[in-house]
Design a protein around this ligand. Structure first.
Ligand code: BJ8
Length: 429
């Protein structure tokens, strides 16, 4: 069958086709080099290869078809935007963070140079007209988290027509929880207005169940990575966590569970992607959005295997399910607030739960060391990195701190540092 021609759809969405072609060309090459070249990949990764190959094609067509059928597409940049409320109005939730160095020059016409790459990237994608997800959204939620995003949304609001601002607390206090609860209620009412649907206990309960099942499948995948040898690479596991933000949730859950069935057999057979005893690394820090695969690629080509991610694209995002008990919308909404209020993002102060979580993950996944990853100019995570390093090293857990961006310029420099770290782990120092 000839490949589907998506160009009319991309034109309808206002994309710059020449620049978009260039972006897809680069992405395709990086994907082949980093992912398809790996050996011993599970067969269940075929589905995720397909999703990535169609991420700007078939998935966008699905979104556009859904919109034509009257459904709404809601984009967001943060874990604190509850997917459950979006699904409860039969909406579609898509993650919009981008992990590519594209349109940076354009972005720097609107943002200071010392802005993190994640923010510059979504500005660059918008200004260069290469993101069909942003173009396909009926509403885009900008949340008040770090100062960078909060202030950037003021400008972003002048570039796109559909920005919705959600306020968020900064402290895990009663007042903080009350703010989150009020904001989720306002969001729920605005989603109802936008969609013309009323959220019922039934629709919210079903949405919670769908998202819980998705997170439970990701927990199952994570648990399988405790095995030595690890049955799946960190690159592939990261990819699955990234796809979780784009894909249709029920189909995604089934695909993750099918992959886990295969991985369970691998674990029983002692089959892995790297030899037993290969140094095991836990990554902790800033989110890694598609196609930010630079650091995991370097780590896994330096003789180590990544066994977990303490990250928004990883366990910070998936930990804790939402309680399904409650016969009324108000009770279920309260359960949603409880679940999201536990997220241990560095924008909160103090944020002691995160260090506890890193400790627990290091132990659970039998990690030999922690690689703390920060985007340059990300003050919240850079600030937390130093006390975290001190605490872990004090407990004899080796830590390597890497600050980087989305460019390829520092690949060799990072490789040298990672290789030295892997040697340290091999020596058991
Ligand atoms: S819950 S981590 S997705 S706020 S990297 S833009 S923090 S300067 S992305 Fe985040 Fe929500 Fe927290 Fe997760 Fe700012 Fe840092 Fe840039 Fe960041």
């Amino acid at each position: 069958m000839p490949p589907t021609n998506y160009r009319p759809m991309w034109t309808e969405l206002g994309l710059d086709l020449a620049k978009h072609d260039a972006l897809l060309g680069v992405l395709g090459k990086v994907y082949r080099d980093y992912f398809l070249s790996q050996t011993g990949r599970p067969a269940g990764m075929d589905y995720f290869n397909f999703v990535i190959s169609e991420v700007h094609g078939l998935r966008i067509k699905e979104l556009m078809d859904a919109r034509k059928a009257g459904r709404k597409v809601i984009g967001s940049f943060c874990l604190y935007v509850p997917e459950e409320l979006i699904l409860a109005v039969d909406g579609i939730s898509v993650g919009l963070c981008s992990g590519a160095d594209f349109g940076t020059e354009q972005a720097e016409r609107y943002l200071p140079r010392n802005t993190c790459a994640l923010i510059k990237s979504f500005f660059g994608f918008t200004l260069e007209k290469v993101c069909p997800f942003i173009a396909a959204c009926d509403m885009i939620v900008g949340e008040n988290t770090c100062d960078g995003k909060k202030k950037a949304y003021e400008t972003f609001n002048t570039l796109i027509p559909q920005l919705y601002i959600m306020d968020l607390p900064q402290m895990k206090s009663d007042a903080g929880r009350a703010l989150l609860s009020a904001e989720y209620l306002r969001f729920m009412r605005d989603l109802e207005k936008l969609s013309g649907r009323t959220i019922t206990a039934e629709s919210l309960g079903k949405a919670i169940d769908t998202v819980n099942k998705k997170r439970a499948a990701l927990h199952r995948l994570a648990a399988l990575r405790k095995a030595d040898p690890a049955p799946i690479s960190g690159l592939d596991a990261l990819l699955i966590n990234q796809v979780a933000f784009y894909d249709e949730p029920v189909r995604f859950t089934a695909s993750v569970n099918a992959l886990c069935d295969e991985l369970e057999k691998r674990v029983v057979a002692g089959q892995g992607v790297a030899a037993k005893g290969t140094p095991r690394i836990l990554i902790s820090g800033c989110p890694m959005a598609v196609p930010n695969w630079k650091l995991p690629m370097i780590v896994e080509r330096s003789g180590a295997v990544i066994v977990g991610e303490e990250s928004c694209v990883g366990e910070r995002g998936t930990q804790n399910l939402t309680d399904t008990r409650g016969a009324m919308v108000e009770a279920l909404l309260d359960n949603v607030v409880d679940r999201y209020f536990k997220i241990d993002c560095a924008v909160f102060t103090p944020n002691t739960l995160r260090l506890d979580h890193v400790r627990k993950m290091t132990w659970d996944y039998k990690a030999d060391g922690v690689l703390h990853y920060c985007l340059q100019f990300c003050t919240p995570y850079q600030m937390e990195a130093i006390p975290m390093e001190r605490a872990l090293e004090g407990e004899h857990v080796p830590v390597l701190r890497i600050d980087t961006d989305y460019s390829q310029e520092d690949v060799e420099q990072i490789r040298t540092r990672v290789e030295a770290f892997v040697e340290r782990l091999k020596d058991g120092a």
